[in-house]
Design a protein. Structure first.
Length: 222
């Protein structure tokens, strides 16, 4: 077996200690508002965010970070890392990204990735930045890395929906299977976008995320 595949499986595992399980990315407040009463609405919500946000921001920036790390172009690494963090539309979204990024960098340092050890401690790292760094170090090809990142995001969203909607375990697995084609579409779309076409465009999601900051009772941090 190709060792890079095992490393990719390691990166996308729910057991990776980066705290992804603690975030719902606004879903918790959407449930509070009654937007997601069942599996069908949860699927529509998750697919919409994936197609109009993840595929237009996180994934194409991840691809550019991958290329920059591969070329050891630290100026471009810093540019795209800062671009991604600046694109977060709420305090919770930014905090989620930087906290997961910090946790991933700590893990990569413990796994003896020199680039992670050299990353300036005072400089925030997005999660995608560490993910790209690890992908290059472990020779995971770019397309597979994007698919793994998107799948990991999807799996976390379905896990959140399982607790919040709530969904049964069988419904959750059905949802994952139903959304597999969307993963492929989003990754292909991400690789086709020019720099001028990058950016998320979901103002309602941004507002819901901001409102989640003061939600009376919360299970998740975003």
């Amino acid at each position: 077996m190709n060792p890079s595949l095992l490393h990719l499986m390691h990166l996308v595992s729910p057991a990776l200690p980066v705290g992804a399980y603690a975030y719902s990315q606004g879903m918790e407040y959407a449930v509070e508002l009654g937007y997601l009463p069942d599996k069908a609405s949860a699927q529509q919500w998750i697919e919409g965010v994936m197609q109009h946000s993840i595929s237009h921001l996180d994934l194409p920036v991840l691809a550019r970070l991958y290329d920059s790390w591969q070329q050891q172009d630290l100026e471009q690494v810093n540019h795209w890392n800062q671009f991604l963090l600046a694109s977060r539309e709420s305090a919770e979204f930014e905090l989620e990204d930087t906290q997961m990024g910090r946790a991933l960098m700590r893990l990569l340092v413990s796994l003896e990735l020199l680039a992670a050890a050299d990353w300036p401690r005072q400089q925030p790292s997005s999660f995608a930045n560490g993910f790209a760094m690890a992908g290059v170090y472990w020779s995971v090809d770019k397309a597979s890395l994007l698919h793994g990142f998107c799948w990991s995001w999807l799996e976390n969203q379905v896990a959140a929906a399982t607790k919040l909607v709530p969904l049964g375990q069988t419904q959750a697995q059905q949802l994952l299977v139903d959304l597999m084609p969307a993963v492929e579409h989003c990754c292909q779309q991400a690789l086709s976008l020019s720099d001028d076409n990058l950016g998320a465009g979901l103002p309602a999601l941004a507002l819901i995320s901001a409102q989640h900051e003061t939600q009376y009772s919360r299970l998740f941090r975003s």
